[in-house]
Design a protein around this ligand. Sequence first.
Ligand code: SAH
Length: 491
Amino acid sequence: MTPGTVYLVGAGPGDPGLLTVRAAELIARADVILHDRLIPAAALAGARPDAELLYVGKQGGGEQVPQEETHRLLLEHALAGRSVVRLKGGDPFVFGRGGEEALVCLEAGIPFEVVPGITAGVAAPAYAGIPVTHRELASAVAFVTGHEDPEKPDSALDWPALAGFPGTLVFYMGVRALPRIAEQLMAGGRPADEPVAVVERGTLPGQRTLLSTLTDVGERAAAEGIRAPAVALVGPVAGLRERLAWLERRPLHGRTIAVTRARPQASALAARLRELGAAVVEAPAITIRPIAAQLPDLRRYDLICVTSPNGAHELFRQLAAAALDARALAGRTVAAIGPGTARALGEHGVRADLVPERAVAEGLVDALAAVDVRRALVVRASEGRETLPEALRARGAEVDVLALYETVAEQLDAETARAAAHADYVTFTSASTVRFFLAATDALDGPRIASIGPATSAALREAGLEPDVEADPHTPDGLVAALLADNPQGV
Ligand code: SAH
């Protein structure tokens, strides 16, 4: 059998956005993925559902899966003809034992490829606002493993040479090694007041940076309880952090925000909140279950109202199933309840004729005031409000309601529910997110409560919760703006 290829892949320092395109491609194709602990949690989400995921990092008690065992697994799977991704934190060839694994493949005649990753020693400083090189401050940078015990006589590190190195030193290390590193550098002539930055959990939620000097870094790191994973950067460039720190200046930095909307809709909101610096807990409380409906002949209606993006997508899914397309709506007036629904219609080639300013049923009723309606179809969820059909009927129109999906509870695991309940904010984007989230969690008395609009706020009040923040406009963008307004100076 031809052996499969082994891909030695860097997963980057932790932020899933720093995974390379090539890494994501290979993860999506792999038969087997052998991975470490320090890889972004989201990195494996792109793996095939039938891929075999094997953990070869540190085990519970801190014992590493022996390197020989990793080698054995690499060979076993590749020789069985599988494509194997060996996924490592940062870069596979920077303190990652990737070189050893490549040699093992070479000796066994197994083809291998290397996919570099963004190494923690560059990424963590960058997220802390520290360029590892800078004109006039540092023209060289050295990456050093600080796991070496400096007291060991056979230490591979040449401390006097490191102390004399003309540039930035970046140590990948256990935090306990810090005091000895600082001592050795000062003993070798590095100035005692040279700036040192220790970056903990670089590029991950909760990243922390301690800026100090060689004299006091050991003591301060211990006092502040700095923990692994962390890198320490020694050199004048560390001082640039005072001006270049950008991460902490983002308006939602330090805030944890839970998003309860259905998974497919949650990601855009979550991405926007992350960009603004928030740590996001994705806690989808609801999911959409299509209802197979008998689609009526749409030509019978002069007005078609679509009251949610899900309704729009479901309408077109069911049209397609009946071998129809956007032409089925030709000549009808199409109204969308808000910009999100209008966008969803647009994705199917239909430009909404009407989008009210206020994205609620009452807003749509107002917007329709000047439209002559005889027969209307309202496309929506089975559990929708009656406001719109009733208002149209009151105006003498004949109204049919077409329920195309129902909203049902999504199972929340205990850990996610707990994380959401301890967030700074929980966001609710519909009455159903309120109902199902509250059913899945204990009392919500910690977080501030953010509601997308009046219908959602009414559901919250019914459950005995007063929203602290209500969006206006009643859209996800409006919700983001309301959260920003609630955090005027950032943290
Ligand atoms: N191959 C990896 C390094 C593996 S050694 C890379 O290129 O980044 C593991 C060490 O990397 C940790 O002890 C820590 O010093 C550093 N490290 C890894 N991820 C880190 C992170 N997110 N923030 C700070 N340091 C990190």
